[in-house]
Design a protein around this ligand. Structure first.
Ligand code: TEU
Ligand code: CA
Length: 546
């Protein structure tokens, strides 16, 4: 088991992936019809953004009913058919468990605001007569919210919210809440999902005099739900979404008894910093600070997701460097991060995009690809909030990009239709049979990773290259070592690569392009690298099974 240790995860939104019935809204039958594409890409796991009943004021992270599917996305049967079909194709499925908060339209909140102060129902949420409680908690959505408290005229009290004011936080001190969220967890595990992404999980409890983040009570609760899950379901997985520094995020693995996975938020901005500066050191620092993990645990690494690119774990001057280079226009910025997709963030430079994927797919961690980035989709900063990075998947140059029926009158969100990134140029159909396309390159990278378990499960050792601009590391698992070399700069680099002792004298085969290099008779091994070039060398000990 332990499929999560070598997963290649694809993140998508049912609503923007494929529409089957011409109403302009993506749905489960549409997604199911696109499973062959995902299987062919080579990913092994799908992560679905929230698809539950919701007023959609936070794109579904504002849940109004945990066990119902938002009707336009399909029925329960449609979901079951999708899940069965995904499993039949060997694809695992991660769904969202958003338990820090609900929508203010959730029946629990509608009841709480009318219930008597101090009653069980009222105490499903966190209330106060004044806004000075928990003053140590920062405001996360700093561009849109000014306080973590909002006035409710029905309850005649303030309620606590870490995100939008229409998303009241559940009160985890109430045992009724803890029981209710465990019931939700079991409901989706009973449906057969393989893993749950724990949204905003750092914020479950509040305590006076603290930042109200990462509290011991939160960790205790996570250990409790993990043991409940293990006892009842065996090998299911919890994935923590905690945007924090290395030390903080690492605590969510516990001693291997909390979450088996956590997003690698500390690495993310350092990948961009490294590419902006042409300097490998931020990556080495982030990986060194977060390795190794307890047995059975794995990072979920990513380049982009559905949110803004979070820069909060960088030093002030580092953040300024990335913002200046990647988000020169203030419209591209949100909550201190950047609301752009991968291709635009990297100046639509094909070589830089490829090296970013090369690192994503070779550094420790199970990689998460954000839908559309595999074809180099763009964004639309004119759309509100983070909608600009959540536009419909571009399947072809047909009407509506092949996302929906040509007769559909209105799409859930506008397509990208500009000269550079518009669907007429950037689409799956144009790339799928072209061996030189970005999509084909990424398919080969994924295949190379899956063929070499050292890239998923191996240890990591950073190698000397004589140049800060060139990152090199060895991943070793059993008798196999894979050596990765990446030029992070826009200049040609000539280096002497200090190879690990066990690889000297072995033939070097570049995995992605299947090219045999001269054996490394001695170390350092001389190499010349084009701007942003990356190479993956397989070196298997002679006579040993790879
Ligand atoms: O985000 C939770 C969260 O902690 C964010 O601050 C995130 O770290 C930040 O946006 C940096 O990328 C989750 C969802 O991912 C987000 O889409 C929701 O809006 C949010 O919860 C509230 O529900
Ligand atoms: Ca539809």
């Amino acid at each position: 088991m332990s499929w999560h240790l070598d997963a290649v995860i694809y993140q998508l939104h049912v609503r923007t992936f494929c529409d089957s019935n011409g109403d302009g809204i993506g749905d489960f039958p549409g997604l199911t019809s696109r499973l062959p594409y995902l299987q062919d890409l080579g990913v092994t796991c799908l992560w679905l953004l929230p698809f539950y009943e919701s007023p959609l004021r936070d794109d579904g992270y504002d849940i109004a009913h945990y066990e119902r599917i938002h009707p336009p996305y399909g029925t329960h049967d449609d979901f079951r058919r999708f899940l069965d079909e995904a499993h039949a194709r060997g694809l695992r499925v991660i769904t969202e468990l958003v338990i820090n908060h609900t929508s203010d339209q959730h029946p629990w909140f509608l009841a709480a605001r009318r219930a008597a102060p101090g009653s069980r129902k009222r105490d499903f949420y966190v209330w106060s007569d004044h806004t000075s409680r928990y003053a140590g908690a920062r405001v996360i959505f700093s561009d849109t919210e000014s306080s973590n408290w909002a006035w409710d005229p029905v309850a005649r009290a303030f309620y606590w919210h870490r995100f939008f004011s229409h998303q009241p936080d559940l009160n985890f001190d109430n045992p009724g809440v803890r029981r209710a969220v465990v019931k939700v967890m079991r409901y989706w595990l009973d449906q057969g999902v393989d893993a749950l992404r724990l949204d905003a999980v750092a914020h479950l409890f509040e305590r006076e005099g603290t930042s109200c983040e990462n509290l011991p009570e939160t960790h205790a609760f996570l250990k409790a739900i993990r043991s409940d899950m293990d006892r009842r379901y065996g090998s299911r997985v919890l994935l923590a979404e905690v945007n924090g520094d290395a030390e903080t995020v690492r605590t969510y693995f516990g001693d291997g008894d909390e979450c088996q996975m956590a997003f690698h938020f500390p690495l993310l901005p350092r990948l961009f910093l490294a590419l902006v500066r042409g300097d490998a050191r931020p990556i080495i620092q982030a990986v060194t600070a977060t390795h190794p993990l307890p047995d059975g645990c794995q990072w979920a690494t990513f380049l982009r997701n559905h949110d803004e690119l979070a820069l909060s774990t960088l030093e002030e001057h580092e953040r300024a460097t990335v913002l200046d280079a990647c988000a020169p226009d203030t419209a591209m910025r949100l909550h201190g991060g950047i609301r752009r997709r991968l291709a635009p963030l990297l100046g639509n430079d094909r070589a830089r995009i490829e090296v970013a994927f090369s690192l994503l797919l070779s550094l420790p961690g199970s990689p998460v690809l954000y839908y559309g980035d595999e074809i180099g989709m763009g964004d639309d900063v004119r759309l509100p909030d983070r909608d600009g990075v959540r536009t419909p998947m571009q399947w072809s140059d047909d009407t509506h990009a092949g996302f929906t029926d040509a007769r559909a009158r209105r799409l859930i969100t506008p397509l990208i239709d500009d000269a550079t990134y518009g669907y007429r140029r950037i689409n799956v159909a144009a790339q799928i049979n072209d061996p030189d396309s970005l999509l084909s390159r990424i398919r080969r990278l994924i295949a190379g990773r899956r063929a070499h378990p050292a890239l998923a499960r191996g240890s990591i050792e950073f190698l000397q290259t004589g140049s800060d601009a060139v990152l090199a590391f060895a991943r070793t698992h059993g008798s196999e070592t894979v050596v990765v070399v990446a030029n992070l700069s826009s200049a040609v680099r000539s280096i002497g690569l200090v190879l690990p002792a066990q690889t000297v004298g072995l033939p070097l085969v570049e995995i992605v392009d299947d090219v045999v290099f001269p054996p490394a008779a001695a170390t350092p091994y001389p190499l010349s690298l084009a701007p942003y070039a990356s190479l993956w060398f397989a070196c298997a000990a002679a006579g040993a099974p790879a």
